[in-house]
Write a protein that binds this ligand. Sequence first.
Ligand code: FNR
Length: 347
Amino acid sequence: TTPTSSRKKEHLRICCERAIEAGDAGFGDVRLAHNALPECDMEQIDIGTRFLNTPLGSPLFIAAMTGGHPDTMEVNQLLARAAEHFNLGMGVGSQRAALENPDLADSFSVVREEAPSAFLCANLGIIQLRDHGIEWAERAVEMIDAQAIAIHLNPLQEAIQPEGDHDTGGCLEALRNLCREFKRPVIVKETGSGISAATARDLYGAGAAAIDIGGWGGTNWAAVECLRASDVGLARLGEDFLGWGIPTVVSLREVCSTGGSVIATGGLRSGIDIAKSVALGACLGGMALPLLKPAMQGEDELFAAIDTIHRQLRVTMFLTGSRTVQDLRRTHVYITGITRQMIENSY
Ligand code: FNR
């Protein structure tokens, strides 16, 4: 295995075993208007939706996590089985390791084998896109026969990683070229620090088909890198930036105000949070960490976790009188506290 590959395994271990969530995504400040007289049958509620012209079983998206080390194969296999069973969209983790060393491609291609009909999203960092161009994007898509590609942005993690890339010049231009030439939709995602309205305008302007906000308040890469760092200075730097980022709810409001398709990730921890995200304007609500833990335990645990999330979503839809996800988007949302203050200060 390569350094990129070993890092993938280390990340997975740290995320499962250590406390790597920090902050508050803001869902506690969001309330949906309760409907005391819902004129519908809860069991008949349709939680299905569409994303980029694809029908999906629900707005739950299995967010990009892993692949690239032989030991990540089984997790990807189970996540893919769940994507196929529930007809959920799924992203794989960064495919860089397998693009550097094709022997590692199995841990990604297993996802398409297990999920022949699911909506799959390839994954590549913006730096790798800039440095290797459209050819790597094409190889990433081919590896899993993906319907779309996600280009991830992670400047915070790069800044505090010992092996991080500190020069992001030319990335927007690389993205613009990809969006112009690529045959599949390009989704741009953050990984835990959120996206502002200003950045969203740049990304949609470059041709992004959707933005996954990857907001602050869930998995925290400063925390992960802090635990990985053997160098005391870097560990401290990670600690200093635990609080850096735009909380998911604030980022969601900002990006939705610019008008494009949005996936909400970062600290969504229940079907209620998914419902709140949809009511705030998202098409889908993605989860990484809450699905990783049951996926490490086994298929039954993972399927049960998804059933629970779907039940929470269904009950929330019932209590807002929403027969469909489209109805849910029209539900009134109350926003209070620091989340409201930040939204009022959005620019
Ligand atoms: C991630 N995430 C991620 N994102 C990405 O674009 N490429 C990647 O390779 C990874 N790798 C990765 C590994 C692990 C173990 C986790 C938990 C997460 C980020 C992920 O897709 C998501 O945006 C954030 O984790 C926020 O969601 P949660 O974890 O708070 O639900």
